[in-house]
Write a protein of this length. Structure first.
Length: 301
């Protein structure tokens, strides 16, 4: 179940993550650990007994490190290198593609996903597969990068490339929009969807260090229509200069914005609350507010 169009080069994403897993990933995994902590906190608010759990897009096993010992916990990542790294925590891990989930229907009580689904070409299709892998009344709780992520870097790379190369190639991945996320869950058949977001701002000495760290995280450019030619040094240094000029703080450090969108939805079950049919209310809002109801008049026509 994949899209006919390819926004992302999934083979390149796998290579990026494999290289990151083979490198000093522990030195740059702070964002995954931070969001894993936030997901774990949200999970504590849900008074349910989840026995079988899938950690989809597990990276180095950051969620497993901060969640309880479930009866059965499976980690999966597109990258074999990342899956092997996550397996070091003693919980099973396998290489699996979010676009082609290898799990039978109704396998899990809970699916967690930490900063991985933003690389999926067909996000509605992936969510449908996740929904099918959940038992009735099972829960999806995930986090992915939103549209405001790396907005400063995108701005400066675009300006520098237009100025020097008189052309433009996508250098920063497109990300999901917060306004669309709720609709995606509904399209995928999830009940009681809840969407919210927050922002993590990280500061760096300079833009070159930021770009190096993005590569080390395995989040490098994997847009299918990207230029295969290396970015010219003149463009790179001009982008770094613009970043400093436009965004540096009083201490000369530059901010990098990461918008995190949180997805929360349940696999349908007959016990779940259902919205009332329009016009079925038995009491008027005016009575509840102890106020006088006033007609707004009839619509023309």
């Amino acid at each position: 179940m994949t899209a006919d169009y390819q926004i992302f080069d999934r083979a390149q994403i796998r290579r990026n993550r494999d290289r990151a897993a083979a490198g000093d990933f522990a030195a740059v995994d702070f964002l995954y650990r931070e969001v894993a902590d936030r997901l774990a906190d949200r999970l504590l608010d849900i008074k349910r007994d989840f026995r079988t759990v899938l950690d989809l897009g597990c990276h180095g096993g950051e969620i497993a490190a901060v969640t309880p010992a479930f009866q059965r916990y499976v980690q999966a990542d597109l990258s074999f290198g990342m899956a092997r790294r996550a397996h070091g925590n003693g919980r099973p891990a396998l290489a699996a593609d979010e676009e082609w989930l290898p799990f039978r229907e109704e396998s899990f009580d809970l699916v967690l996903s930490n900063l991985s689904l933003h690389w999926v070409n067909d996000l509605p299709g992936a969510l449908i597969q996740i929904n099918r892998s959940l038992k009735p009344d099972g829960l999806l709780m995930g986090a992915l990068f939103g549209g405001e992520t790396l907005k400063e870097l995108r701005d400066c790379l675009t300006a520098a490339e237009i100025e020097i190369s008189e052309g433009l190639s996508p250098r920063v991945s497109p990300f999901a929009d917060l306004r669309d996320a709720g609709g995606l869950l509904q399209r995928a058949g999830f009940a009681l969807p809840v969407i919210d977001s927050d922002t993590v701002t990280v500061t760096y000495d300079n833009a070159l260090l930021l770009m190096k760290e993005i590569q080390s995280m395995g989040e490098g450019n994997a847009v299918a229509e990207r230029s295969r030619r290396p970015l010219r040094r003149s463009v790179l240094f001009r982008a770094a200069q613009l970043y400093q000029e436009r965004y540096a703080d009083a201490d000369g450090r530059i901010p990098a914005t990461f918008q995190i969108i949180y997805l929360h939805g349940w696999a349908p079950h007959e016990s779940q609350q259902k919205p009332l049919r329009p016009g079925s209310a038995r009491n008027r809002l005016a009575a509840a507010l102890n106020s006088k109801e006033q007609s707004a008049g009839e619509k023309a026509g």
